[in-house]
Design a protein around this ligand. Structure first.
Ligand SMILES: [Zn+2]
Length: 161
């Protein structure tokens, strides 16, 4: 409950003009919380889903109740499983003492569908992750819950050598 309220508040701050109407309509499901819940339930079942707006045909992530591109409502937002192919947009190494688990990678990944998400690249030393590196999604369990991470795909999408 606290989480749903938090997400709704965050989106309301970022997109007040988009969420005001749906949030004040009585009897409608909690905005964003519904999309967020659907996303998490699918992920719990091992499926990573993003949304696509059937009105403007653009992909959407993170889960929302209103298209950020054209303003279409929830009825126009469909769920789909992305290809899993992505490209590293930016990467950084978070330094951590070995006894705390060692360094780890944090990266912004552009999915082939055109959405960007924050995650990490595994299966390679954190500092070896490169901008432009081809990666693919992998669902791992962390702290008892599913998490979408990426592994190198063995190629590059941008011609870097
Ligand atoms: Zn749209």
């Amino acid at each position: 409950m606290a989480h749903r309220a938090h997400v709704a508040d965050t989106v309301a701050m970022v997109f007040p003009y988009l969420t005001r109407d749906t949030m004040t309509q009585p009897g409608t499901p909690a905005p964003v919380g519904g999309a967020d819940l659907h996303y998490r339930q699918a992920l719990d079942q091992g499926r990573f889903l993003i949304q696509r707006c059937t009105s403007c045909d653009r992909a959407i992530f993170y889960p929302r109740m209103v298209c950020p591109h054209c303003g279409a409502g929830e009825q126009q937002l469909a769920w789909e499983q992305p290809s899993g192919h992505g490209t590293v947009y930016s990467t950084t190494v978070v330094r951590r003492k070995p006894e705390a688990g060692g360094d780890y990678n944090v990266a912004l990944i552009d999915l082939a569908e055109g959405v960007r998400l924050m995650s990490r690249v595994e299966g390679i030393a954190p500092a070896e992750v490169r901008i432009g590196m081809a990666v693919q999604t992998k669902i791992v369990t962390q702290d008892g819950g599913p998490l979408v991470v990426f592994t190198p795909e063995g190629g590059r999408h941008d011609g870097f050598r």
